[in-house]
Design a protein around this ligand. Structure first.
Ligand code: PLP
Length: 502
């Protein structure tokens, strides 16, 4: 493909993408292909001779799109959104064109510097405390990671090394030190709740440290509170375990609960040490989805985001609810040295005058992989194209649709019961009935039937180990009130059929 071929192919591809978006609602939301469908459609090996773009492109519609579940579809109410937008797509296009493994500042100074700048913009936009800014007094800053899972793993490695550095006496011989560390590691424990996303448990698994799940209560809205945390800390103490990491969530996956940040600080302070003392518990805030709402002042106030000044790291995914395509997980830390001391690598081939002079940020020291893409470009394009007002408008519009939906559900108490929400455009509800078993059976049938219709997609969850519930999310950009209304009407129609045993 030469430059002229590329020009024609790119124009034709962009046209096709625009048509895809303009007509997306005419497709079924969820792909209905059978497992292995693609193997029957494609040759068994790569072509010996290169093919024309027109031939390749035609396979998108006939072979690939049938196997796509349309996350940008207005009737996609499942999981959380996985947003994108035209400015974001353009950022991705430039990033692909400028492809490089930009792990050190010198590998492309603009890649590093734009990332630092746009993450400062984002930190200010989300009203994060000043300690998370690269210009703040604590030497904080942000870094883009591939996912919230990668972010929690990165934070946990840094937390483990910080804890060991602070709690292992420095006057030991090398051998004694290794013994103490080995002994300590066996006792170190990560804390999270039974509502925390599984990525925290996976990170603990990867690091080979203990993991303790704390059960939160329905009467606390499934949020972690001070008394519940205090009792978990005491249990650890009684068993001789050493908690060194806690994930606090702003917007849990199941119900979008927000943990009590002030209560968490108080419980940790009461447990052993004042903040900042050696061996404190690192608190990581997982705001993967709902963190996007912090662009609006009303959510900064309701979540009490200022409380996280005492915590250690904060992560939110622009690629969930903030109009930027996957991957763009924005991880902020209160002191970047914590990352560098844990993840700095020293290999001759990566040395250069700028790095050695200590004048620049080398993001390879803030992450697990070495190479990194130019991901800040799409965030920059999104923030500039939508502006703060555009982002406010989008978040508030999707939240309002969630409120409308929850209101309609509450208005049909003969059929439904809202369990949580609306919170951050998510409502969790189930069908009513005589006894748990009937409620579960009915709700399960409702979920299966509406999804089976191909007209919308919702996901479910199991609360308190036994309460089956449907999660309905209204965060997709193409969703309008009429789509939510139609979805509600379908839910009512099917629920009535279930009650009338049709
Ligand atoms: N944290 C929360 C609260 C989530 O809801 C999710 C996924 O939905 C994740 C973390 C994991 O996100 P990622 O796919 O970016 O690892």
């Amino acid at each position: 493909m030469d430059s002229q071929d590329f020009r024609e192919a790119a124009i034709s591809s962009i046209d096709e993408i625009i048509n895809y978006y303009d007509n997306i609602s005419s497709r079924d939301v969820v792909s209905n292909v059978s497992p292995g469908y693609l193997r029957t459609l494609l040759p068994t090996s790569a072509p010996v001779q290169g093919e024309a773009w027109a031939t390749i492109q035609s396979d998108m519609e006939t072979k690939i799109l049938p196997g796509i579940t349309h996350w940008q579809h207005p009737n996609f109410h499942a999981f959380f959104p996985c947003a994108t937008s035209y400015p974001s797509i353009l950022g991705e296009l430039y990033s692909a064109a400028l492809s490089g493994a930009c792990f050190n500042w010198i590998c492309s100074p603009a890649v590093t510097e734009l990332e630092t700048i746009v993450l400062d913009w984002l930190a200010k936009l989300l009203c994060l405390p000043g300690c998370y800014l690269s210009t703040g007094s604590t030497r904080g800053g942000g870094v883009i990671q591939g996912s919230a899972s990668e972010a929690v793993l990165t934070a946990m490695v840094a937390a483990r090394e910080k804890y060991l550095l602070e709690t292992v006496p420095s006057d030991l011989s090398e051998e004694e030190r290794e013994d103490v560390i080995a002994h300590k590691r066996a006792k170190m424990v990560v804390l999270a709740t039974n509502m925390t996303h599984s990525s925290t448990k996976k990170a603990a698994l990867i690091l080979g440290v203990r993991f303790k799940s704390i059960s939160v209560r329905a009467e606390d809205g499934y949020a972690l509170t001070a008394p519940v945390l205090a009792s978990a800390l005491e249990e650890c103490r009684a068993k001789g375990l050493e908690p060194f990491f806690l994930t606090a969530t702003l917007g849990t996956t199941d119900t979008c609960a927000v943990d009590d940040f002030r209560g968490i600080s108080e419980a940790l302070e009461a447990y052993i040490y004042p903040p900042g003392s050696p061996g404190e518990v690192w608190v990581h805030v997982d705001a993967a989805y709902a963190g996007a709402a912090l662009v609006c002042p009303e959510f900064q106030a309701s979540t009490k985001i200022e409380q996280i000044a005492k915590f250690h790291s904060f992560d939110m995914n622009m690629h969930k609810w903030l109009l930027t395509n996957f991957d763009a997980s924005c991880l902020f830390v209160r002191n970047r040295n914590w990352f560098v001391q844990a993840l700095s690598i020293n290999q001759a081939v990566y040395g250069n005058a700028a790095s050695d002079g200590g004048l620049v940020t080398d993001y390879r020291e803030w992450q697990i992989p070495l190479g990194r893409r130019f991901r800040s470009l799409k965030i920059w394009f999104v923030l500039r194209s939508f502006g703060v007002e555009g982002l406010h408008g989008y978040i508030r519009r999707t939240v309002k649709m969630g409120e409308d939906f929850a209101g309609w559900v509450k208005g049909r108490e003969d059929l439904f019961e809202v369990i949580t929400g609306p919170a951050f455009a998510l409502t969790v509800f189930r069908m009513v009935g005589d006894g748990e078993e009937m409620r579960n059976e009915r709700t399960r049938a409702l979920c299966e039937r509406v999804n089976g219709s191909g007209r919308m997609w919702v996901t479910s969850t199991l609360l308190d180990g036994s309460r089956f519930a449907i999660r309905f999310m209204t965060g997709v950009r193409s969703t309008e009130e009429r789509h939510v209304r139609a979805a509600f009407e379908l839910l009512v129609e099917v629920a009535e059929e279930i009650v009338n045993k049709k």
